[in-house]
Design a protein around this ligand. Structure first.
Ligand code: IVH
Length: 699
């Protein structure tokens, strides 16, 4: 290899490690945000992660996989709901923030279609969840989430519980198109949100963060009774596809028509003939938004005439005929009481702000993110400062800057922030690693690290032990056993000893019998997780879910992995010297070795499963799956390929081994043809697998 090639390979490896890390982090934060409604990081931090991932994928297209968080718009597909393909994609909107940007958007549209007689419909931009409703013969037959814009989830049963959705339209079926779709935004009113939280406060349960996340969580309940109890609301904002003749020529007419059929449309909608009037309308809302019964984060402006809309078309995922005027994030000034420091699973210290409570962006805020140490130093944020706090829509509040003028007379009391020299939780030594910005607590027995580690071990992408959340993890790491100097959990392996301590555990406050037995059942079940999950669970540096799959696919068993020489590890597809060394060192560390032994003795499965253990018949192949399929859904095909050692890639390149194309394979198919990459169909894939001796293929 030339030195250039070596450098290139190292660069690719570093990118692969980072991509894997970023995806693992993003999925974790998605889960906290969308499913648990308990985000841990702010909007900006999340966007930075996503942007970094996007940039890396743009530079290294081979690293793009279909399940990368960049490949969907938002939300996690819950396995239990069935997927729904949207007949027409559900689009996003571009943003403007002021009258000049709005005027520029308008000018572009005018230039494009050479028309100036445009009318604009302005609607509040509801801060909720986009949904699609299908009516057939005047009856509501299917409701779906937006999902990634192309494919959502079937939540018909849940949507039926919304009073705002008419199950039968207010018109004789023969007067209606046979079938059509409408789109709108489901939201939770502020009053309902307060009521729900009051109920939770009384029950001693953790409070919800904000109406939007709560509405999201409520819609994705598997039990429609729960959705019903949450009293969600809805505004329709668009007529989607129509079978047969479209009954109207303009958006405003569509809205009146739908309103007449009994669908809820927003009464605050207004139509204007000039873009200046539109700007005035938008500016007027900034002051009034708080008076509304629901959260809005801007105004949506749509060109009314359907012909104009059609001519303008779509660029990327955004229509050129509509734009969102976004409100500035709400800000307030409050006193920064303390800069506190939290400790993560790998020991990283993260500073955050403890504030004098202040009402901003529709919620009381007492904690806020400070991003990172550089942010604190650059802006010179100090404990005791009055600071500007910002909260945009549904995200974690952020400290924007200190108000320096308010320091006057107190300068001597306000000292610049320094990272603590010992861990704020365990008192252990704190060190800054060379070449790294982060500070770490070096004590491996630090309870904060351990409880985060336990939480991660039990999390969905790892051993998936439901009922083992943050609170339970902390409690068991923090509580001493009776007559013992030991805590219930001192290492990850102790999780599997918990069932033997049932009676003792029942003496701990707030741990009930039912909850505990359910937890034990889940702990027991987790023993069957394949090796790849276990490798994610035990927190090996640089090993995220993709690397874990590659390792498990290659070695098949934990003992093979533990015995592997450094060169063996490097020989694994997609694994380079940095990851190889990290894994090599991990399994040779005596404490880790003891942990792995104990897990094995506890009965945790230490292999990847029958097929992959044979090495994986698709080992080393990079495969792209595109379109929709008849025998198995695409997601299953992709899982299957991965389980057989293949790599599923989201982009076709010269390195692609072959493309499995279904109905509507579109641009990827074209690209494969151009590059001369082989294209096969689903049946051919199964035939080939059978040819390899794989026996589970459907006939
Ligand atoms: S129109 C092609 N109208 O905003 C037009 N969207 O950023 C697509 N939203 O996914 C959307 N209120 O969830 C439209 N009055 C409104 C809206 C609205 C809220 C949401 C919707 C969409 C997102 C786009």
């Amino acid at each position: 290899m030339t030195s250039d090639q070596v450098a290139e390979q190292r660069e690719l490896e570093a990118a692969r490690i980072r991509v894997d890390e970023l995806r693992t982090q993003i999925r974790y934060h998605d889960h906290r945000y969308y499913t648990l409604s308990q985000p841990e990081i702010g909007d900006t931090q999340y966007d930075l992660l996503l942007r970094e991932l996007r940039d890396l994928e743009a530079r290294f297209p081979d690293l793009v996989t279909p399940d990368s968080p960049t490949q969907r718009v938002s939300g996690e597909a819950t396995v239990e709901f069935t997927g729904v393909q949207h007949r027409e994609p559900m689009l996003s909107l571009g943003n403007v923030f002021n009258a000049d940007e709005l005027a520029a958007w308008y000018a572009r549209a005018v230039r494009r279609i050479e028309r100036e007689d445009l009318r604009f419909v302005c609607e509040p931009k509801i801060d909720g969840l986009a949904i699609s409703l299908v009516y057939e013969g005047g009856r509501f037959v299917q409701g779906a989430t937006r999902g990634d814009g192309f494919r959502g989830e079937d939540i018909t049963a849940n949507l039926r519980t919304l009073r705002a959705i008419p199950l039968v339209l207010n018109a004789p079926p023969e007067s209606l198109p046979r079938a059509f779709e409408v789109r709108g935004e489901v939201y939770m009113s502020k009053t309902e949100f307060e009521r729900l939280n009051e109920e939770r406060r009384l029950a001693g349960e953790q409070l919800y963060m904000n109406p939007r996340n709560t509405a999201a969580g409520s819609l994705r309940q598997l039990d429609p009774k729960i959705t019903a109890a949450r009293r969600l609301d809805l505004f329709i904002y668009q007529l989607g596809w129509v079978e047969g003749h479209r009954p109207v020529d303009a958006h405003s007419d569509a809205m009146s028509w739908l309103g007449g059929l009994g669908l809820p449309t927003n009464p605050l909608t207004q139509t204007f003939g000039s873009i200046e009037e539109v700007a005035g309308f938008c500016e007027g809302w900034v002051e009034q938004r708080d008076a509304l019964e629901y959260g809005i984060d801007g105004v949506v402006i749509k060109i009314d005439d359907y012909n104009a809309q059609r001519e303008l078309g779509v660029v990327g995922r955004e229509p050129r005929w509509a734009i969102a005027w976004k409100f500035p994030a709400e800000q307030a000034v409050t006193r920064l009481r303390q800069i506190e420091v939290s400790v993560g699973r790998t020991g990283v210290l993260t500073p955050f702000a403890a504030l004098e409570p202040v009402f901003v962006g529709g919620a009381n805020v007492s904690l806020a993110t400070l991003h990172n140490l550089d942010h604190i130093h650059e802006l010179d944020i100090r404990a005791g400062d009055d600071v500007i706090v910002q909260r945009a829509g549904d995200v974690i509040p952020q400290v924007v800057a200190p108000v320096l003028s308010r320091r006057e007379g107190r300068e001597a009391d306000l000292v610049p922030f320094e990272m603590p020299s010992t861990c704020p939780v365990c008192g252990g030594e704190v060190r800054r690693n060379e070449n790294e910005a982060a500070y770490y607590c070096m004590n491996r027995r630090c309870p904060a690290q351990l409880s985060r580690g336990v939480e991660h071990f039990a999390s969905r992408g790892a051993m998936d032990i439901e009922g083992f959340g943050e609170k339970m993890a902390f409690q068991l790491v923090d509580t001493l056993r009776p007559d013992s100097a030991l805590h219930y959990i001192e290492t990850l392996a102790d999780i599997y000893s918990l069932p033997a301590l049932r009676d003792e555990l029942l003496t701990i406050p707030r741990i009930g019998e039912k909850k505990l037995d359910a937890l034990f059942a889940n702990i027991e079940g987790s023993k069957q997780q394949p090796l790849s999950r276990l490798l994610v669970a035990i927190t090996i540096r640089h090993v995220g879910s993709e690397t874990a799959r590659a390792l498990a696919g290659h070695f098949g068993t934990m003992s093979a992995l533990r015995e592997a020489a450094l060169e063996d590890l490097q020989a694994v597809n997609d694994i380079g010297p940095i990851v190889a060394e990290s894994v090599y060192d991990f399994v040779r560390d005596s404490e880790n070795a003891a942990l792995l032994d104990r897990l094995a003795i506890a009965g945790v499965r230490m292999d990847e499963g029958r097929v992959a253990a044979r090495g994986g018949v698709l080992d080393g192949l990079s495969i792209v799956v595109t379109g929709s399929f008849a025998i198995r859904p695409r997601s299953e095909l992709e899982e299957l390929i991965k389980s057989l050692g293949g790599k599923v890639s989201g982009a076709v390149s010269k390195k692609t081994s072959f493309v499995v194309s279904g109905e509507g394979g579109g641009s990827k198919r074209d690209k494969a043809e151009t590059l001369g990459v082989e294209i096969i169909d689903e049946q051919e894939l199964f035939d080939r697998l059978r040819g390899f001796g794989w026996t589970d293929a459907p006939a």
